[in-house]
Design a protein around this ligand. Structure first.
Ligand code: ATP
Ligand code: MG
Length: 327
């Protein structure tokens, strides 16, 4: 049988109203999502990127039935997140970053026991499943310790264990490696990959570009409640128009010279940054399009300038897209 898309969202909106000011007399309205369309294929690991306040957590919460949309509609695993939430919940898992949502005074195992009951894990399978997930996240030896004794990384792993306890088909991970040291973050990414290898679909939010680049097949960039780009990493690179990033840096660039660089053939974008008296021009350039010699020839007065080239990283693309949206 053909599996439906894991996520299918159309025109999703969500606003928040809050009161502030003198006697809470001012009503402010935040448009957290302003018409989001999204489709995630079954078995895919899809990345959601975007600056603070872009609406990533709001979107994640709506898709995992924690929050109702103000408008639009969304289906997850073929079920409507609003009307069929009760049927959907047992089939999905949600892991929010940070330390909330665990019971500190009791052991990891007791936490998982509570959530296993909540998620409807059959009692006869419960103990074995808890051992299995504790081992899987590397907490087998810490299962009987109270969570208040846990480090942040251990808590994060317990969150992950909790999220997969009931063997969900789809997992929402909102910044799963936030605050983790490099080793724990790497272990977490490895766990994420092994989930995907087992057929779990994942929607992953992260602020770490390399993480998205390493894990995700496709990525959507959310900015101010709207998706501003959605593609594979290679596709995003093409969209921004430049596999190559060339940085040209020197003292005393004139506006005219910067304009000359911008007009060179193959330059799709140019940004400038000042470092004290030095100016750095960052150029996005397509494959095989512009050489260093051509750049030097265009700026004959700058024999001492440095010209560095690197492959355009996802982080560059992301900044281009978000910057463009903010204009
Ligand atoms: N419960 C709420 N009440 C009022 N405003 C809210 C609420 N939750 C979110 N918002 C607002 O909605 C917008 C989107 O917030 P959201 O948490 O979804 O962003 P985010 O992309 O997850 O950001 P971050 O990267 O910081 O986690 C923000 O302007 C935020 O202040
Ligand atoms: Mg968030």
């Amino acid at each position: 049988m053909l599996r439906p898309p894991a996520v299918k969202a159309k025109g999703l909106t969500r606003h928040f109203e809050s009161r502030k000011g003198f006697f809470f007399s001012e009503l402010t309205r935040t448009e957290a999502l302003r018409g989001v369309d999204l489709e995630v294929a079954p078995g895919e690991i899809f990345g959601l990127l975007g600056p603070n306040g872009a609406g990533k957590t709001t979107l994640t919460k709506i898709l995992s039935t924690l929050l109702l949309p103000s408008g639009g509609r969304a289906e997850v695993l073929g079920l409507d997140v609003t009307r069929e939430a009760l049927r959907l919940r047992p089939r999905i898992g949600l892991v929010l970053g940070g330390e909330r949502g665990l019971y500190n005074r009791v052991s990891a195992r007791e936490n998982l026991r509570y959530f296993a009951d909540l998620y409807g894990v059959p009692p006869e399978k419960r103990a074995a499943r808890i051992d299995e997930v504790l081992t899987w996240v590397g907490l087998a030896d810490a299962g009987d310790r109270r969570v208040e004794e846990f480090s942040r990384g251990m808590k994060q792993k317990l969150h992950l264990a909790r999220g997969i306890l009931h063997e969900p088909e789809m997992l929402f991970l909102d910044e799963p490696t936030i605050g983790l040291d490099p080793k724990s973050a790497r272990e977490t990414r490895k766990l994420v990959r092994s989930l995907v290898a087992n057929g779990v679909t994942i929607l992953l939010t992260t602020h770490y570009m390399f993480e998205a680049e390493e894990l995700c097949q496709r990525i959507a960039v959310l900015s101010r409640g709207k998706i501003v780009a959605r593609d594979t990493i290679a596709g995003l690179r093409r969209l921004v128009g430049g596999d190559r990033t060339i940085e040209v840096e020197d003292y005393g660039f004139e506006d005219l010279e910067v304009a000359r660089l911008r007009r060179l053939p193959g330059v799709s974008r140019l940004f400038t940054e000042e470092f004290g008296p030095r100016l750095r021009c960052t150029l996005r350039v397509g494959t095989g399009e512009l050489t260093e010699a051509q750049i030097r020839a265009a700026l004959p007065g700058h024999a001492e300038m440095t010209v560095r080239e690197r492959r355009t990283a996802l982080e560059d693309i992301y900044l281009d897209l978000v910057e463009e949206e903010a204009k």
